[in-house]
Design a binder for this molecule. Structure first.
Ligand SMILES: Cc1cc2nc3c(=O)[nH]c(=O)nc-3n(C[C@H](O)[C@H](O)[C@H](O)COP(=O)(O)OP(=O)(O)OC[C@H]3O[C@@H](n4cnc5c(N)ncnc54)[C@H](O)[C@@H]3O)c2cc1C
Ligand code: SF4
Ligand code: SF4
Length: 607
């Protein structure tokens, strides 16, 4: 396997026309995800770089691509919106990245059966908008709803809002159509989905999926404050015992509340467009319940809050509405980092209090957390589980990032101590597949892949692979107690701190924002410039990433990039979409001033 020959590029050009690119900047932008590995271990990933990116429009095109790739031994890496952070979309062996941007329709809605059939590239927010036209809605969605794709979530697996009632996403999928590595098309349902769900494309390319949906009804939202982790567990267990018809339940920890209070507001045309709501620095649990059930649920919850065993209080409606309206902006605190070290785990509810307290005791860094409750977990007894997404603010540009990073292993070890497990495999945790997927399932998946993908072209190195980086993380895990004091010794000063002077000519504030961008992709789909062109370089997310590369000396201005920064339509939609409330459009305007007035650059031809 290796780089593409002229003949192979010709085949791609003939098959996909202008829906294919080998432009170097796009190849770079389609070769990473939201994760940022520390510099000391990053070389172990190698230099993932796509040789080409294609945007198929139909399953038939994918079948043709897969057959061609198998015959030519060319790796294929499927890519939704790259919002997962486990390296699953990294083309570690080069080859072709498949972008599903042009396969993004709701194909069918069956209101009576409460099902919908989706193409893989549809973003959840867009799918939901379509469903709402039929009076229906999603049963569950990830907090990356404004950017993550249907195919990406099925391939990656996970739980999101609504999981309290709907369970893991797996429980909401009826069937999936998949192109296997030998070019055959298969339909997977029931237990067969085990070979597709969480397989991250190593067994096949998802081209269609049918999911369960539900009628859209008005929701009542309430938020409850509780000062202590053990009391929080007690409270949530009490809620579970009542067996109430709650749709969604999630919480944030006191540290997250404090940093949300500190985060700058969203700006539009130079003015803040949101009211500052001061959150109490406590565990805040936010609950969504159908309005028809709300009176009964509120009464029962109040009983459980007043058992004398915990000091829970009902917070104001203003806080509840604010928390719900901002549920997709969990990365808002990244602006204060400007980087975040992520740690994602699943713990049984019965171990939640001890796990959260242990993290506070063992980790001296500020750990912000969000937890999503699942009433019926994926464990032998179906006991309630909590998915915990933790972040430690840090700065990837500093040496200290290398020391803070292993604290994510500390969090994973603590979770395991209380019966938990890491969240996903991808590239980085592929050696932990038996623990994450279950030993038997990992074994069967390996066997299935050998049959379904005999040439080994589908997303090589992922999920059940043997990547160097994954081996290194396993080794680091063994030394975790020795590494921990170094991470704890780092002094972390959370908050926006612009550099003293421009970085390679990039204004100091813009330089900070480039790193504060979480790469979540919320700005991509709605950006005027991106929508008309369809390539990542034309989106705010792509531009921020390019600026990092430029500031680190790996890129330089050329006419294409000058045009890219100058042709923004100044619509400012991105400012309103940004999960970190970055002043995007005004940053481009600053760069426009610099490029034109200071550097004497123009678009060619001038506009
Ligand atoms: C702000 C934020 C919030 C998040 N919240 C949640 C959450 O609440 N719950 C949760 O589970 N996750 C969450 N995530 C993680 C991530 O958003 C999800 O895993 C999401 O489903 C990934 O979708 P994607 O389109 O970005 O897929 P990608 O990241 O592009 O791909 C994920 C994996 O699937 C493979 N793949 C993509 N498309 C296909 C296809 N058509 N066929 C086969 N394989 C394919 C890719 O190769 C990759 O291995 C969050 C991430 C962010 C940034
Ligand atoms: S202001 Fe520019 S970058 Fe932002 S959404 Fe509009 S076109 Fe895109
Ligand atoms: S600019 Fe904002 S919305 Fe876009 S990827 Fe970055 S953080 Fe996300």
């Amino acid at each position: 396997m290796g780089h593409l020959s002229a003949e192979q590029i010709h085949w791609l050009e003939t098959t996909f026309g202008d829906r294919m690119t080998t432009r170097r900047v796009e190849r770079k932008l389609y070769s990473h995800d939201v994760g940022e590995m520390p510099l000391l271990i990053k070389p172990l990933i190698g230099t993932p770089m796509a040789d080409a990116i294609v945007q198929p429009e139909s399953e038939a095109e994918i079948v043709a691509l897969v057959k061609w790739a198998a015959a030519n031994h060319i790796p294929l890496t499927p890519r939704g919106k790259a919002t997962s952070g486990y390296g699953g979309v990294l083309p570690v062996k080069g080859g072709v990245v498949i972008d599903f941007f042009r396969m993004a329709k709701v194909l069918h809605v069956d209101v009576a059966a409460q099902t919908a059939t989706l193409q893989p590239g549809i973003v959840w927010e867009n799918a939901d908008r379509e469903l709402k036209k039929h009076g229906m809605t999603l049963r569950t969605y990830p907090s990356s709803y404004p950017s993550a794709t249907a195919g990406g979530w099925l391939a990656q697996g996970g739980a999101g809002y609504g999981a309290f009632e709907a369970g893991w996403f797996r429980d909401n999928v009826i069937s999936a159509r998949v192109v296997l590595g030998n070019g055959e098309v298969g339909m997977f349902d029931g237990e067969g989905l085990d070979m597709i769900y969480e397989a991250e494309g190593i067994t096949g390319i998802i081209t269609e999926m049918t999911i369960k949906i539900m009628p859209e009804v008005p929701l009542d939202i309430l938020s409850i404050g509780c000062p202590d982790a053990h009391e929080l567990q007690h409270l949530l267990e009490g809620f579970m015992e009542c067996n109430l018809p709650i749709w969604s339940m999630h919480f944030i920890n006191p540290r997250m509340a404090a940093l949300k209070n500190q985060a700058p507001p969203m700006m539009h045309q130079g003015h803040p467009v949101e009211k500052h709501i001061e959150l109490p620095e406590t565990y805040i649990t936010t609950i969504a319940v159908r309005q028809t059930d709300s009176e009964m649920v509120r009464a029962k919850l109040a009983e459980r809050m007043n058992t004398g065993k915990c000091k829970a209080t009902l917070l104001s409606d203003e806080i509840a509405q604010h928390e719900w309206a901002n549920r997709f902006r969990i990365m808002t605190v990244k602006r204060l980092g400007p980087s975040l070290v992520p740690a994602e785990v699943v713990v049984p509810l019965s171990g939640l209090g001890a796990m959260l307290s242990d993290v506070e005791t063992k980790i001296a860094q500020p750990v912000v957390k969000e937890g999503v409750l699942i009433r019926q977990g994926r464990n032998p007894k179906g006991e309630p589980e909590v998915v915990i997404l933790g972040f430690i603010p840090a700065d990837q540009r500093k040496l200290s990032y290398n020391f803070v990073f292993p604290l994510s292993l500390t969090i994973a070890r603590i979770a395991e101590k209380y019966g938990g497990r890491p969240y996903a495999t991808g590239l980085y945790y592929s050696k932990m597949a038996p623990k994450i997927l279950g030993a038997e399932r990992a074994r069967v998946m390996k066997e299935f892949k050998a049959k379904a993908d005999p040439a080994g072209i589908l997303n090589p190195g992922k999920v059940i692979g043997n990547a160097l980086i994954s081996n290194a993380l396993i080794a680091a895990n063994a030394f975790e107690p020795l590494l921990r004091p170094f991470g704890n010794a780092v002094s972390t000063d959370v908050g926006e701190k612009f550099p003293d002077k421009p970085v390679r000519g990039i204004p100091a504030d813009v330089a900070w924002y480039a790193y504060a961008c979480s790469q979540c992709g919320y700005c991509v789909q709605e950006c005027d410039q991106y929508y008309g062109r369809g390539w990542e370089s034309q989106s705010p997310r792509g531009k921020w990433y390019w600026l990092r590369e430029f500031m680190e000396g790996r890129e330089k201005w050329d006419q294409f990039m000058v045009d890219t920064f100058l042709v923004c339509t100044t619509c400012e939609l991105c400012n309103l979409r940004c999960s970190a409330s970055l002043p995007i459009e005004s940053s481009w305007m600053k760069l426009r001033g610099k490029l034109i007035h200071e550097d004497g650059k123009m678009t060619f031809p001038p506009f």
